[in-house]
Design a protein around this ligand. Structure first.
Ligand code: GLU
Length: 240
């Protein structure tokens, strides 16, 4: 018997980017709704622990509308304890367990990563094969990078689209078009609260989107969304 139902892609606003890109694992989770998000993120990441990781992190839009990032190296329990001892209140957030490919597995390189003004934040599975070239271009435009990761080019690329006057979804699409390799990317912006954006290029882990009674949840794999819904849809390569 099937354990889940597939709902219409229209419910999740899935559109085709027009580029499918070109494998990689680790864990992604995102939720927006009416429930407090921190434990949804950490429970989801715990259910994805089987995939392996070296560090973890979450970004949450807090009650004043700011993006607050919390990271830890090592076991997820460190992140959970940090969120218990210094809680963040919010109902929209994203989380990640990282398997480092570019940059040491340390606090700075753990995801999520932010743009220059911490207005938007990104978690990423995969390898940006052309990150060096993109990073050099962004550095020459004055972008400030904090990490040694390939992933950090993504929030900065999206930021350039926004500063050129593009909408967030168009800026994300433009950024996606510039990335070589296989990717699963999830984006959250303080200027678009109550929304989570995700795109998939090639096969860098799945993105399953679930419709809950009060909002939406997405993750790399079913175990993270099953406690909240059995109504799911999967992103295909090339979809945002
Ligand atoms: N390449 C990225 C990094 O090194 C993402 C790794 C992953 O898929 O966890 O941060």
């Amino acid at each position: 018997m099937s354990t889940h139902q597939v709902f219409s892609n229209a419910d999740a606003c899935i559109i085709n980017i027009g580029y499918t890109g070109e494998i990689s694992v680790c864990g992604i989770i995102g939720y927006t709704g009416s429930m407090q998000v921190p434990s949804i993120l950490t429970d989801g990441l715990t259910n994805l622990e089987y995939r392996g990781y070296d560090s973890s992190g979450v970004a949450i839009i807090d009650t004043s509308g700011d993006i607050v990032v919390r990271k830890s190296t090592g076991k997820l329990v460190e992140l959970i304890l940090s969120l218990q001892s210094d809680p963040i209140q919010g109902t929209t957030g994203i989380g990640h367990t990282r398997w480092a490919t570019h940059g040491e597995p340390n606090h700075t390189n753990a995801h999520p990563h932010v743009d220059c003004s911490s207005s938007l934040t990104v978690v990423h599975n995969g390898i940006v094969e052309n990150y060096r070239q993109i990073k050099d271009e962004l550095l020459s435009q004055g972008h400030i990078f904090k990490s040694d990761t390939d992933s950090e080019v993504i929030p900065h690329l999206i930021e350039t689209g926004l500063s050129d006057g593009l909408t967030l979804d168009k800026s994300i699409k433009n950024a996606a078009m510039k990335l070589r390799g296989a990717h699963a990317v999830v984006i959250m912006s303080k200027d678009n609260p109550n929304h989570i954006f995700a795109f998939k290029l090639g096969n860098a882990g799945g993105i399953v989107i679930g419709k809950t009674s009060d909002g939406m949840i997405l993750a790399s794999d079913l175990p993270a969304v099953m406690p909240y819904t059995h109504q799911v849809s999967y992103l295909e390569p090339g979809e945002l």
